[in-house]
Design a protein around this ligand. Structure first.
Ligand code: KG4
Ligand code: ZN
Length: 331
């Protein structure tokens, strides 16, 4: 990351990603111990790779940023330990970043970067939140899920339909060939009058519906399976779109930023684009390959925090991680 780019925001020099999806696929979900062991194996070769691509050396690095939380403690400890050891060896400062702030600011890596203030729809595997964002570190929570996240609803429905982990992308692909109106599924809290979400009931409704359908619900190539995927996606997307639009209306803001893995969903993007067009709202997304977890968004959040004077990188290398860490507690 270059902190002084030609535009107003820091600029990405290079980025590299090692996906653990294949490793976890065999188990149908993340196995924490395997995740952190694989992090240990991958982190230094990936660091070398990204420096090579950027044409930089370790000595060119000014600040080492890492994810401090929220997330799995073991995985966080690997990243924090390596970052702090590296920084100590280089004599450079470190900065621990909030994972969701990384997602939230990832659209600033796009050519069409947003401007503050905006409403953010954060839809990752573990979080579904609507936030009012007035600037770097100025995050007010408008509403969030009271149980499962939207990503979880995709993943859990996928699992019971035999779609491999992580289910979101697979469900979206399956849904392309299905009828979204085939099965009537609940739109939880759609008319609750607030900005909270609930997806646990939807997952149960998908389970009940799949039992009614029988084996076709998880048989590859069956129309019923594609229809159920399309109906599930339609329910999730409708709730996300409607709640985002009422949050925009309530705040009076005319800009929406979508971030997190579910933000890669094409149907969500199609419907949001339509609704935002109608309401004269500008909508911004991260580039597709930066929707799911990546290091570039963490470097970007660190650079933006430093540039905004929100935080001084520390030259002290004792570290802790925060497996639980509310985003709106940041300053
Ligand atoms: O932000 P992310 O990479 O990880 C977390 O921080 O949780 O989000 C992962 C989530 C998973 O639930 C995955 O199924 C979902 O994003 N996802 C999608 C799509 N691509 C990833 N959900 C729906 N449609 C997609 N195309
Ligand atoms: Zn994430």
């Amino acid at each position: 990351m270059e902190t002084t780019g030609p535009g107003p925001w820091p600029r990405l020099l290079a980025h590299a990603l090692h996906s653990q999806i294949e490793m976890h696929q065999a188990y149908g979900g993340v196995v924490p111990e395997l995740a952190s062991r694989d992090h240990i194996r991958r982190v230094l070769p990936l660091t070398q790779q990204v420096l090579h691509t950027a044409g930089c050396r370790l000595s060119d690095v000014d600040v080492v940023a890492y994810t401090r939380g929220p997330g799995l403690a073991g995985a966080l400890l690997v990243g924090s330990g390596v970052a702090c050891a590296l920084a100590a060896a280089l004599g450079k400062p470190v900065l621990g970043v909030h994972h969701l702030e990384g997602h939230l600011l990832s659209p600033f890596l796009s050519a069409d970067a947003p401007q503050f203030p905006f409403v953010a729809l954060l839809v990752s595997g573990g979080h579904t939140q609507l936030m009012q964002v007035d600037g770097v570190g100025q995050y007010a929570l408008l509403g969030e899920t009271i149980d499962d996240a939207a990503g979880e609803a995709f993943d859990k429905s996928a699992k019971l339909m035999g779609v491999p982990y992580p289910g979101g992308a697979g469900m979206a692909k399956l849904a392309e060939g299905g009828d979204p109106a085939a099965y009537k599924l609940p739109r939880p809290l759609l008319h609750s009058g607030n900005f909270d979400f609930s997806f646990a009931g939807l997952k149960t409704a998908v389970l009940t519906q799949s039992q009614k359908i029988g084996p076709a619900a998880h048989t590859e190539g069956a129309t019923e399976r594609a229809d159920l995927a399309a109906s599930t996606q339609a329910a999730i997307v409708e709730v996300l779109v409607k709640k985002s639009m009422i949050a925009l209306k309530a705040t009076g803001l005319k800009r929406l930023v979508v971030a997190g893995g579910v933000g890669a969903n094409r149907e969500l993007r199609r419907q949001l684009n339509g609704a935002c067009d109608k309401a004269a709202v500008r909508v911004h997304y991260p580039e597709l390959h930066l929707c799911t977890d990546n290091g570039a968004m963490i470097a970007m959040a660190a650079a933006m925090r430093v540039n905004a004077g929100r935080e001084e990188p520390q030259a002290a290398y004792g570290f802790d991680v925060k497996p639980r860490w509310p985003l709106d507690s940041l300053v």
